[in-house]
Ligand binder design. Structure first.
Ligand code: PEP
Ligand code: MG
Length: 312
């Protein structure tokens, strides 16, 4: 039978370009894991825990009151495990709970939520977690259980940290929950100018990675509400001030041997990808539908940088 060597060499599935910068994918809900894994992404850059909780339609406090602590932990374990399984051994970065009080108020048990004038500047992310270690510990117990089950590709990420003190307290709670913080991969989101400007202190607490949450970093740097249509034209993730903070942070992280990544929406934008690869970010996480384009954009920029360095 006739063989066509060209045809035989042609792969049946699309080949992703080999890049030095990793390209990961954001997984919005655990149900999207299979589609996300099929992109060939190098891992999950962001899996938000709040979707696993909001889908129960109860606040964590109410869920625990109604069903008990073990059921709550199990809910989280199940939500994460499906994604960790789908991607294994590729890393899956899971962010601890980060819903503002106005979102929690919609849920059963939400009547107990405090009323805040500025929820986005208020009781959310690591602030709430550190204030309620009795609730937060269940999230950490879910991680410990996953590690015990062998899902060593799971990584822990803390949202909305401001300084080394936040990171130290979060790390202590991880240890108290039985997680070996030397052995496991964990890190923080850089979402506030304070966090970016404290990067040396954050690195000293032992983080393995720092991931830019550019949705919030832009909002807080420019004082532009990310959800306010009146100022939507001022919401610019490529604003020089935002890029400055990112660049300084990447350079500091390189000195401290801390990996850098982006998991905000801007990671799916070609202009941002160009800037980040040029600046030397370790990984970029994009939306499912943008992964392929980002893989190719990263490849283009990396090739151009090589050519530039040869010509110098
Ligand atoms: C971000 O702030 O960029 C981010 C990824 O987190 P969230 O959009 O959930 O606030
Ligand atoms: Mg955020």
């Amino acid at each position: 039978e006739e063989k066509d060597p060209v045809e035989d060499a042609r792969p049946t599935t699309p080949v992703k370009p080999m890049t030095a910068t990793e390209v990961k994918v954001n997984v919005s809900i655990p149900e999207a894991a299979e589609r996300a894994a099929a992109t060939g992404a190098d891992g999950v850059g962001l899996l938000r825990m709040e979707h696993m909780i909001l889908s129960t339609n109860k606040t964590p406090e109410r869920y625990v009151a109604d069903h008990g602590e073990d059921a709550y932990v199990q809910e989280l374990v199940d939500g994460i495990r499906g994604v960790a399984e789908e991607f294994y051994p590729r890393p899956v970065r899971v962010r601890t709970l980060d819903a503002p009080t106005d979102e929690f108020r919609q849920l059963e048990g939400g009547n107990d939520e405090p009323h805040e004038h500025n929820p986005m500047l208020g009781y959310r992310g690591i602030r709430r977690s550190l204030d309620r270690p009795d609730v937060f510990k269940h999230e950490l117990e879910a991680f410990r259980e996953l590690y015990e089950m062998g899902y060593d590709n799971v990584e822990v990420m803390f949202p909305l940290v401001n300084d080394a003190d936040d990171v130290r307290r979060a790390r202590e709670l991880m240890s108290e929950a039985g997680i070996d913080t030397e052995k496991r991969t964990w890190g923080v989101m850089i979402e506030t100018p304070a966090a970016a400007l404290s990067i040396d202190g954050l690195a000293a607490e032992g983080i393995d990675f720092a991931s830019f949450g550019t949705n919030d970093l832009t909002q807080y740097t420019l004082a532009v509400d990310r959800n306010n249509g009146n100022v939507a034209d001022r919401f610019d993730e490529l604003h020089p001030s935002v890029l400055n903070l990112i660049e300084q942070t990447i350079e500091a992280c390189r000195e401290h041997d801390v990996a850098t990544s982006i998991c905000g929406q801007a990671g799916s934008k070609p202009e941002m990808v160009d800037f980040l690869v040029e600046t030397g970010i370790s990984s970029i996480s994009a939306n499912i539908d943008a992964v392929r384009d980002v893989q190719h954009e990263v490849k283009r920029v990396e090739q151009r940088l090589v050519l530039d360095s040869v010509r110098e």
